[in-house]
Design a binder for this molecule. Structure first.
Ligand SMILES: [Fe+2]
Ligand SMILES: [Fe+2]
Length: 334
């Protein structure tokens, strides 16, 4: 059968594997579209509702308002759309009287970005990552310090806000694997994981730009204070629970008492900080960090933690991480 005539129907044929569904929450009327946007009308069949550079005018489109019709962009365009929304809404967050839907768009863009990276890494099933990212969107908005949280995240650069969000999603997945699914625990993990590196703001840029092996003992000491600096900074914001401050202060401690800044023994490290500590390390191995630019696959990251780092983390937490990866392998083989 011939391809539908594009000029008369506006329909285009794409392989579904090359398309990615995005949240309708991302769009607002009148925004300039950074990428072409489509509605999925059927398998392989997409209706263009806006071209790149067009102003969005979707509100009156019957099909757009149909909850069962999804909005799609081409897979290659998704990172650009997400970065655009993050930047646009992040700028507005620090103004007075920010509309609620702008805050939601901002949070959604951060979770979508992290979800996408985790899904591509093949760490666990897309459904599982989707579930925890929806949890962040829902529980996040319930937090009494939601506005403070967003304003801190919007002041981070994209690499750092993405690292915060991937650490957060991995923390929730580990907690779920450990059957720690009470919403009070999940809320604290979300807050602690999203804010764990706020203290990095006090580490001078010239230190961070230098390779780590060139740091002087004084520079290393300044870096190693970032967990405590972060906790001190947030102590000023009322309503941040003590457990969250502990996550931030202790996210670089480990079970062998070789972490920093306090070299605490495992029993002294708070249970939630043990989870965020593993998630932070794993996220850095998967997606790179200032200390290391190489990206590992989930299996390589596990091997690296065991063989190179000497598995310094809490045993149960590390086992939960391994279980998540093993379950994914089993599911792929089934
Ligand atoms: Fe850190
Ligand atoms: Fe970190």
């Amino acid at each position: 059968m011939s391809k539908p005539a594009k000029s008369s129907t506006g329909l285009e044929s794409f392989s579904d594997a090359d398309m990615s569904e995005v949240s309708k929450d991302f769009f607002f009327e009148g925004m300039v579209l950074p990428v072409p946007v489509y509605l999925k009308m059927g398998p392989g069949s997409y209706l263009t509702i806006g071209k790149k550079g067009d102003r969005a005018a979707f509100a009156n489109l019957h099909a757009y308002n149909n909850p069962s019709v999804g909005v799609f962009v081409q897979l290659v365009d998704q990172p650009m759309l997400v970065a655009y929304i993050t930047q646009l809404t992040g700028k507005i967050i620090n103004q007075d009287a920010v509309p609620e839907n702008t805050k939601i768009k901002f949070l959604n863009s951060l979770t979508t970005d992290a979800l996408d990276s985790l899904a591509r890494s093949n760490f666990t099933s897309i459904e599982k990552v989707k579930k925890v990212s929806q949890m962040v969107q829902q529980l996040g908005q319930k937090l009494s310090v939601f506005d403070d949280l967003l304003s801190i995240l919007s002041n981070l650069n994209q690499t750092d806000s993405k690292h915060s969000m991937t650490t957060c999603l991995v923390s929730l997945l580990i907690a779920e694997e450990m059957n720690m699914t009470q919403s009070a625990i999940q809320e604290k993990l979300i807050l602690g994981a999203l804010l764990h590196d706020v203290g990095m703001k006090y580490v001078p840029k010239d230190i961070l730009e230098k390779p780590r092996h060139l740091w002087s003992p004084e520079e290393l000491q300044i870096y190693e204070q970032h967990p405590l600096k972060g906790a001190d900074m947030l102590r000023e914001i009322k309503d941040i629970p003590q457990d969250v401050l502990l996550i931030i202060a202790e996210h670089h401690e480990n079970a062998q008492a070789t972490g920093f800044p306090k070299r605490l023994r495992d029993v002294k490290v708070s249970p939630l900080a043990r989870i965020v500590g593993v998630a932070n390390n794993f996220a850095n191995l998967l997606f790179g960090s200032l200390a290391q630019s190489k990206s590992y696959t989930p299996d390589e990251a596990i091997l690296y933690i065991e063989e190179v780092q000497g598995q310094p983390f809490n045993r149960q937490v590390f086992l939960a991480l391994k279980n998540i990866i093993n379950k994914k392998h089993l599911a792929d083989r089934a």
